[in-house]
Design a protein around this ligand. Structure first.
Ligand SMILES: *Cc1c(COP(=O)(O)O)cnc(C)c1O
Length: 392
């Protein structure tokens, strides 16, 4: 029988892979109400606590008064407003690149950049743990597509040796489900040796990483020659919405001419760009947010190690605890929720089979006392799971 959705959904449920959307009834922040329950949340990507910041909200409101609500049309028709343009210039200055191009989402920025740069006869090489939007972009491009071992420049080199045509190497800057940083110095050197271009999607690095929040490229001090294609998103640490590609004038013109996900979509509401301009200022200027976040990361890692939990090698606000089985991840998340703590259970296909995990994310908006609450809830949840396993 065609379209047997009933059994497809039932199989998904039986494999502990069924997904549900928690209904958020408050703004983003450490303390939320979800499905009617007050919870302390450790699962947002609002790493700097800007999504509900009074100054960002005010900038959004002023933007609406001045520019109305809708973008109205695509950028190439009459949807490219002055706030979009101003934000692009500010993002270019922020990234130290000649130009930046604004997109409505990171997913689209990635589809746009990859498909505009490579096609049939070319090669795209991606880290096997790259974000889904990058992998989808590689498939959509029609280029020969291959995935190298996670963060492994040797594995990349062996694939580069067989590459044909223009070759694009694509990596997350900070890996979204593991929290580790790409080994950009090694990946850059390898790509350069083979005449390939490196594209870095630093959705999770902009904001938390780098002295001024400039992400992994600032952290490693990498120039446009090292990373010709740099992607950032605005829905995470910026606390707003949208994304950008930063690079040379020619790169940006190429995207404007050829990138279908750029050309055939309505621009984001201009007021969102007004809000992003404000959050860019806060993100760059308020160094205390990064410092406080780093202190929380250290506190969490120290506490979790004392509890005997196994962490990933991550210095970023993404602190996953890999548990393996999807069912166990779900049970742990449920035990945490009973204690008023919300952490996401991340399961395949978002992560490789057998590596289901709790994805703890920290924010500058959290307090040290809240991280302590998380740690004691984790302790109790772990004991509860262990007991259940023993009695199973
Ligand atoms: C979230 C994310 C995206 C997608 O960005 P959106 O603006 O949410 O569409 C792209 N890349 C990475 C690495 C991400 O984590």
């Amino acid at each position: 029988m065609p379209f047997d959705l009933t059994s497809r959904l039932a199989e998904r449920r039986a494999a502990d892979l069924y997904r549900q959307r928690p209904l958020l009834q408050t703004p983003q922040g450490p303390e939320v109400v979800v499905d009617g329950q007050p919870l302390l949340a450790f699962c947002s990507n609002d790493y700097l606590g800007l999504a509900n910041h009074p100054e960002v909200r005010a900038a959004f409101n002023v933007g609406i008064e001045r520019w109305g609500v809708g973008g109205g049309a695509s950028h190439l028709v009459i949807g490219h407003s002055a706030p979009h343009h101003e934000l692009e210039e500010a993002l270019a200055a922020f990234t130290g690149r000649p130009r930046a191009l604004l997109f409505s989402t990171g997913y689209m920025a990635n589809l746009a950049a990859v498909t505009a740069l490579v096609g049939q006869g070319d090669t795209v090489l991606e880290d096997r743990l790259n974000h889904a939007s990058l992998l989808d972009a590689g498939l959509l491009s029609g280029a020969r597509f291959s995935r190298y071992l996670h963060n492994d420049a040797n594995s990349l080199a062996s694939r580069l040796a067989k590459a044909q045509g223009n070759t694009l190497v694509v990596t997350d800057g900070v890996f979204s489900m593991d929290g580790d940083c790409a080994d950009l110095p090694a990946l850059c050197a390898t790509a350069k040796q083979h005449g390939a271009w490196l594209m870095v999607d630093d959705a999770h690095g902009f904001g938390p990483l780098g002295a001024h929040g400039g992400g992994v490229v600032e952290h490693y001090q990498l120039s446009i020659e090292d990373v010709p294609v740099l992607v950032g998103t605005l829905g995470k640490a910026f606390g707003t919405a949208g994304a950008f590609v930063a690079g040379s004038d020619e790169l940006i013109e190429t995207l404007i001419q050829f990138a279908r996900p750029y050309i055939y979509t309505t621009s984001q509401p201009p007021a969102v760009a007004c809000a992003s301009l404000k959050s860019l200022q806060l993100l760059q200027g308020e160094t205390w947010r990064r410092e406080h976040l780093q202190a929380l990361i250290k506190q969490f890692r120290h506490g979790a190690e004392q509890l005997g939990l196994t962490l990933m090698p991550s210095d970023t606000p993404i602190q996953p605890i890999v548990v393996g089985e999807s069912g166990h991840a779900l049970r742990l998340a449920a035990h945490l929720r009973e204690q008023g703590v919300l952490v996401g259970a991340i399961r395949p296909p978002t992560v490789p089979a057998g590596s289901a995990r709790l994805r703890v994310t920290l924010s500058a908006a959290h307090s040290s006392a809240q991280v302590d609450r998380l740690l004691s809830a984790l302790d109790i949840a772990w004991r509860a799971l262990r007991q259940e396993c023993e009695h199973a």
